[in-house]
Ligand binder design. Structure first.
Ligand SMILES: C[C@](O)(CO)[C@H](O)COP(=O)(O)OP(=O)(O)OC[C@H]1O[C@@H](n2ccc(N)nc2=O)[C@H](O)[C@@H]1O
Ligand SMILES: Nc1ncnc2c1ncn2[C@@H]1O[C@H](COP(=O)(O)OP(=O)(O)OP(=O)(O)O)[C@@H](O)[C@H]1O
Length: 294
């Protein structure tokens, strides 16, 4: 916490480098095997003690979202406050500002990252020590991606996203995200799946391949149904391929697609070309986090 009492938390974009759908639970939720990393950019949360609770949204995509009780930030705040009070803590009112830089309903977990960053920030601000199982339960009640966004470092997620194994060996990649700025509904994409029992992600063997070659052999099983619903996804993938990306894939339930590049110069050229060719798209270049990042 700074001297002025402000807590700043990054809400990094989540990237499903691979997403295999391996089954379905009795309640309809799908079982996944997903290799996940995080970008070095995303939304940002600023939290500070205040006379009363306040919440406002600024940033490029602020207009697309309302700061009401349904927002994942307010739901995370209220859920954590109820849990903290149950555990005997006192919680002061908070003033929260969300800088919304990630597009909505785009497969990069913006809302989940915001919820997770709110939880991390408030645990610092309110000096909470919450039992792991109670925190995990709260995260999952906010969304299947919230547990992984709480970790916000490379991992393998199984179950519906709650079974998390850190992936310390994952390197950092040069990444370009492109999104046609057409929102995609996650439940709708899951409903359009034709096969729900696909093979899991096979482990990385450094003797057999490098990371980009390995990732190239994996899949996102939601990509085909998403492409059927929104043809722009095919165009995003084609543009990435033509720009020199080694691996091109959709993240989550789409529509954001990513390209991974061998070097920074090819990435920068690709970003420039796509920004000029598609000014109406979201185009963002950066790095992904390393597995052993702090
Ligand atoms: C596709 C992923 O982004 C991959 O990381 C996530 O699994 C989706 O996570 P999320 O957006 O946090 O999803 P939630 O808000 O919990 O769920 C939205 C809806 O997606 C469907 N859903 C979600 C996750 C999952 N493993 N199986 C599902 O079938 C359910 O219909 C659910 O009602
Ligand atoms: N702070 C928030 N940011 C983004 N979306 C929010 C937020 N709060 C609530 N929502 C709602 O959550 C829904 C999904 O938003 P989000 O941007 O996280 O989707 P996504 O990127 O597709 O996520 P995922 O990768 O988890 O499928 C939207 O319908 C949006 O209205």
């Amino acid at each position: 916490m700074s001297q002025t009492g402000i807590v700043i938390e990054a809400a990094r974009a989540k990237i499903n480098l691979a997403l295999h759908v391996t089954g379905q639970r009795a309640d309809g939720y799908h079982l996944l095997d997903s290799l996940v990393t995080f970008a070095d950019f995303g939304d940002e949360l600023a939290l500070r003690p205040s006379a009363q609770d306040r919440f406002e949204i600024t940033g490029r995509f602020a207009e697309t979202l309302s700061a009401d009780a349904d927002n994942l930030v307010t739901r995370a705040r209220d859920g954590l406050r109820a849990l903290a009070e149950e555990l005997g803590y006192e919680t002061c009112p908070v003033d929260i500002t969300l800088t919304k830089s990630l597009p909505l309903s785009s497969g990069i977990g913006g809302g989940s990252a915001d919820a997770a960053a709110t939880l991390r920030g408030l645990m610092r601000l309110w000096k909470l020590d919450v039992p792991r199982d109670r925190l995990a339960e709260l995260c999952l009640s906010l969304g299947a991606d919230v547990p992984m966004c709480l970790a916000s470092s490379p991992l393998i997620a199984r179950g519906i996203g709650e079974d998390i194994e850190p992936l310390a060996t994952l390197p950092s990649f040069f990444i370009l995200l492109v999104n046609p700025l057409k929102p995609v509904s996650t439940p709708q994409i899951f409903r359009l799946l034709t096969s729900k029992t696909n093979g899991p992600v096979h482990p990385f063997d450094p003797a057999q391949a490098d990371w980009l070659d390995y990732l190239g052999c994996l899949r996102n099983d939601l990509q085909e149904p998403a492409q059927r619903l929104l043809a722009d996804i095919g165009e995003c993938l084609q543009q990435l391929e033509e720009s020199g990306a080694e691996v091109c894939r959709m993240s989550g339930s789409g529509a954001t697609c990513f390209g991974l590049y061998r070097d920074e110069m090819t990435l920068e050229r690709a970003a420039l070309t796509l920004e000029q060719a598609k000014p109406q798209w979201y185009v963002r270049a950066g790095r992904t986090l390393e597995g052993n990042a702090p």
